[in-house]
Each structure stands twice: as C-alpha cells, then as structure tokens.
Design a protein around this ligand. Structure first.
Ligand code: ACM
Length: 639
C-alpha cells in the first residue's frame, strides 16, 4: 500500500478530563502546502463536550463520525503538522483500537482526500504488549477432533489410511454425504490431502454406513477396526457430523503425525450437548461479500455449529434486498462524505456500500442447509434503525424534535416509531419477502438497545400512548413488538429477539426465544418469565471483546476482558435452577464488527474463541479440558 499524502497520529492520556484526553497530530506528507480544510475521523471513543477542544473547532458529530476544522489561517507546508486535543470524551480509552479508525480531509473545493491513521498510543503509562493467550496444550488422547466428542474409547494406530472410502453397495444418499464432507474439506483446506475417495483405494480404509433409527438426529457412532470403520446414524445431520469427525482425525494425523494419530480400534459415540449451537455475524457495521459469509458457514459446519444468526440491518446499513423498498439497499447502504449516511467505523474519503440480493441470500441459505446449518435472519427493530429511516424518511414522525434522544452508540432518533402506522405496512412487506427467502422457524427482530426516552417527543407517539392507556418508551416498545409478533405468527414464524424484548411487558412467551446478552443473570430471569433462552453473554461470548487487558490488545471492552480460556471455561448453564434448565436452548457466539477493519482483525479476535464456544455448545461439561482444546484448536480453519 502506498503511504497517503496525509497522516494522523493519535494518543490518549488519562489526564486532562474526566475520561482523559485524545491528542491528534495531522502530518502533511504531500509536496504542497495544506490550507483551508476540515478533518474528519471516526472513533468509538466519542467527543460529547464540543467545547472541551484545544487548537481546533469542533464542527459536528454523528455517532462515531467527528468533524473538526483547524484554527483560522492555519497552513501546513510539506512536513509540517497540526496538533489539537479533545477532552470531553464519553469514556476512557483502554486499548489501541479505541482511537481514530479512519480519517479524511475535505478541501476548500469540496473534494475529499484520504488520511492514513495509526493505532492509538498511550501517554503517561506503560503501553503493555499483548500476551500469549493460547498455551501449547496437552493431549491425553492423540486425536484431533473438534469439538471433543461426548464419549471416546478409541486406540491410536500406527500410520494412517491414505483415504476413507465407502464400501461397495453404499446407497446414493450416503455417497452424497461423503461428497459433501469432501467438498467442505476442500474449501476449508484446499492444499491438504483429501480425506475421502468414492472408489476403493488399496491403502485406504473401508467406511460402512449403518442406519440406526434409535440414535438422535444429530448423533453418530464410529466403530474403528484395522480394515473398516462403521458410521452409525439416524439422520443427515448425524451422518455429516460423523464424516466431519473422520475428516478431522485424518487431517490432524497427516498435518502433525508426531502429535495426532488415527484410531485403529474402539468407538466414538457422540451427540451435542445443546440443540441451539449458534454463531451470529453483524454485516451492517462492516460488509462481507457472500463468499466470506459462505466460508464462515463452512467453518461453523466444521465446528458442528448449527445456527447462523445473520444480523442484516443496523444503524450503519440495511444489507438485505427488499424488492418493495429498493431505497433500503441504495441509500440505506451507502456511507460516504457526501451521502445521507456518513462515514463510520473505519470509513474514509471513499464511499462504501454492499448488500445481499435475493439471489445471494438463496445461495447462502442453500449452502448452509446442505451443511446442516440453519440461517436465522435478523432485522434489528425498532431501535438500530438509522439506515432504514434515512432510506425511508416518511417512517419518522415529522413533528418529532431532531436529536430528541440518542442511542448508546450516539445515533439520534434511530428507532422505528410504534405510532407511525405505515411502519407496520413497511414491516409486513419486509416479512413477506423474508419468509420467502428464509425457511427458518425463527425470524429475529432485534429489540435491543432502544434508548430510554425514545419517542417521548413524538406527538404521534404521545397520542398513541393516551389512546392505549400506556406510558413510557418500553410500554410503547412492547405494543410495537406484540404487533410484530402477530405479523410473524400470521406468516407461520416464531419470534426471536435480544433480551430487551421482555421490557415494558414484553410479548407472549409462546414460541418466543430471547438471547441473553447483557449479562448471564438476564437469561435466568427470562427463563423464569417463561421465555425460551439462548445464552450469548457479552462477558464470555462476544467475540469483539478484547482478549487481554494490555493496551496493545485490540477490541472492545465494555463487557470486560474475555480471554479465550474464559470463553472456553464459561458454563452458560451454570446458575440455571434445575426447573428452568429446559428453557435454556443453547449457546451462541456473537461477532459484532465495529472493530473488525480487516480479515486479520476478524481472525485474531474470532479464533480460537469461536471453536471454544463450539466446544461449550457440544461437549458435556465433564469432557471439557482447556489444555486439550488448546493443543487441537490450532488446526482450525480461519476466514
Ligand atoms: C446487543 O449487543 N446490542 C445485542
């Protein structure tokens, strides 16, 4: 990459304000003088007191977009720099990713020029380097299986077969399953030797498929001998998991023969601990092309996860094509200096966009289905709706004062208004298209982080509250979500949402599944109220959280520090009273992408914590072993 003509350095000091002070230095690396310009940067550490600003004039902020201008008459010749500081911050910085993520200049002719930025440096304290988070690990049994199976009683052999091949007379459906497992392996590890062959190979080992209806749908049993392996299963899911285990065993042995071996005798009898083994991906903050989404689904299948929760909309973009409202994926995805949606979260002078067409969605859903992964789509309503409201401004109450409330992320007036009747017509059409695209039992409707105070300055909302005899933001939210639930029920779907769906009266618990994210105790409370629950607490399962306290460790930290060892050891079921345990349907990783500016960041934060959650979702508590996990997880594929 060529260096930009302008560069921004930033430092944070704990002194200089209640949440410390950010100091920025813009360096002119171009050959020409720089005059008469404005500077924009995006930063999750936000300026909330525009007056607490030294040697610059604060012009405006929208969420994490910040715009400043230098003191009048400032001119920087080549090599010169301008330094300014801001101290009215919304929170303290804790890590190197808490500063400017991107920047650009707007020149006097209105053009925009890229500015490169560096990691946030720490002033006044030691900037600790990131620690090693994954030990070498230790194996009691030399088998490379992820997640670790429920029961294993197998003996390692000397050497290993060149391939595994179905016995003569294997039915077409099992042959197709082998081809599916083989194709998955090839996509994940294109340079590694194939684990299967559809024809007999002299140095290979026979694979016999045995239908055993008594096994659960996702269960399988492998019986090893020197010349044959039997794979017992009752349904497609268990058969594919058995094949995946075989591919992992063989691949591990091939890659690290001193460490891993292939079984020559004994059995593996396996089934998952939980029915809901999910991974969520936020594609609103940062877009992923459909190839990345499919690869992530491949990784989920490899780790025997079975739910892909696709967070398709948020304040920053609405990524799902809705043919009835093309504006959602034109205006509603385009972030740029001169667009209604401003640059955020690492965007610079160049506009960015990206959405999934109906054809893309169908391809992704079919890809997942073939691997036993269900795609649960989310549109995040009523909060987190800036992109939808910018695309469809008629959905706002025109009489509501601007900036009458702000979301926790700093977006003004960002919630669909329960009193604006066309909102329901809009959602009806969106749901009509979603149920055509997604065969999942559940549609996830978000329901999180509606700011307390939302809609209270809306005359239409006030009238509705009077008519319905309700008061307050969350009673209105409950009114809205009950109508949404009715709309989903009419379309044959169940409602999934974040834990705040229960606020203000909530919705009927019948067929409603909520995700406990704010803290673990919330999950128990929801179960007590009668909701089905999936545990996704930020303190253990949010993969955007930092993995160590060191300043140089990247990531968010509002839910604390989440080392891989903690994610692995965390027992979501831990505090659930016995009588509520059957309401706890499973666990889920969440990949929020505010901080994920590159594939490298993605991989650094997602691994090994995603495989750790996969093991927590699958392996019985008594079978969890961090040292063993650490020894095997290095073989995991990355995005
Ligand atoms: C959430 O993290 N707002 C669900």
């Amino acid at each position: 990459m060529q260096p930009a003509s302008y560069h921004l350095e930033n430092t944070w000091s704990p002194d200089g304000g209640p949440n410390g002070r950010l100091t920025f230095t813009l360096v002119n690396l171009s050959d020409a003088p720089l005059t008469d310009f404005r500077l924009v940067y995006t930063s999750l550490t936000r300026v909330i007191d525009p007056k607490a600003c030294d040697n610059a004039v604060f012009l405006r902020r929208n969420a994490n977009f910040h715009e400043f201008t230098p003191p009048a008459g400032l001119s920087l010749v080549s090599g010169e720099s301008w330094t300014f500081s801001v101290s009215g911050l919304n929170r303290t910085a804790k890590h190197c990713t808490d500063g400017a993520k991107s920047a650009y200049l707007t020149l006097s002719d209105g053009s925009h020029v890229s500015v490169s930025v560096s990691d946030l440096l720490l002033e006044g304290r030691v900037s600790a380097p990131p620690p090693v988070l994954l030990p070498e690990g230790k194996l009691d049994l030399p088998f490379a299986i992820q997640p670790w199976p429920a029961t294993i009683d197998a003996w390692p052999g000397e050497g290993f077969p060149v391939v595994l091949y179905p016995v003569k007379g294997t039915d077409g459906s099992s042959l197709k399953a082998v081809a599916t497992a083989q194709a998955l392996f090839h996509r994940l590890f294109p340079a590694n030797h194939a684990p299967f062959s559809l024809i007999a190979a002299p140095q290979g080992r026979r694979l016999r498929f045995v239908e055993r209806p008594a096994l659960a749908r996702e269960a399988y049993e492998l019986t090893f001998s020197a010349d044959e392996i039997a794979l017992a299963y009752s349904a497609d899911a268990g058969r594919l998991y058995g094949l995946t285990t075989l591919a992992q065993l063989l691949d591990g042995t091939r890659r690290e023969p001193g460490k891993f071996r292939f079984p020559v005798a004994g059995t593996i009898s396996d089934q998952p601990r939980y029915g809901w083994r999910g991974c969520h991906l936020d594609v609103s903050r940062q877009f992923h092309p459909k190839e990345n989404v499919k690869r992530l689904i491949d990784i989920l299948a490899w780790l025997k996860l079975n739910i892909f929760h696709w967070h398709l909309t948020d304040d920053e973009a609405w990524r799902l094509e809705i043919k009835a409202y093309p504006q959602l994926t034109s205006t509603g995805v385009l972030r740029g200096p001169d667009e209604p949606l401003l640059p955020q979260l690492g965007n610079g002078a160049e506009p960015v966009d990206g959405f999934y067409s109906h054809a893309d969605v169908r391809e992704i859903v079919a890809h997942a289905l073939a691997l036993g992964v269900e795609v649960v789509p989310e549109i995040d309503i009523p909060g987190h709706s800036t992109a939808a409201l910018v695309a469809l401004p008629d959905l706002a109450d025109g009489q509501e004062a601007p900036e009458s409330y702000h979301s926790v992320q700093g977006y003004p007036n960002n919630a669909l208004n329960p009193a604006v009747e066309p909102t329901y017509e809009f959602l009806g059409k969106v749901f009509d298209e979603m149920v055509e695209l997604f065969p999942s039992d559940y549609i996830h409707i978000g329901g999180d982080e509606v700011a307390n105070g939302s809609w209270l300055a809306s005359p239409q909302a006030r009238k509705l509250m009077e008519r319905e005899g309700i008061s307050g933001t969350f009673a209105l939210q409950s009114y809205f979500l009950k109508r949404v639930k009715t709309m989903l029920t009419a379309r044959g779907r169940k409602l999934a949402g974040w834990n705040e769906v229960a606020h203000g009266g909530g919705v009927s618990t019948e067929g409603t599944l909520l995700m406990a994210w704010e803290k673990p105790e919330v999950g128990i409370e929801l179960a007590r109220e009668g909701y089905d629950v999936v545990m996704t607490p930020g303190q253990a399962y949010y993969l955007d959280m930092v993995q160590a306290e060191a300043w140089q460790e990247p990531g968010a930290s509002w839910a604390g520090t989440v080392p891989p060892a903690h994610t692995y050891a965390y027992e979501a079921e831990g505090e659930f009273p016995e009588e509520l345990k059957d309401r706890m349907k499973g666990v889920q990783a969440c990949i929020w992408q505010e901080n994920f500016l590159s594939r490298d960041y993605f991989n650094r934060l997602v691994f090994p914590r995603l495989p750790a959650i996969a093991e927590a979702a699958w392996t019985p508590k008594a079978g969890k072993d961090w040292e063993r996990f650490a020894a095997i997880v290095r073989l995991s594929p990355a995005l």
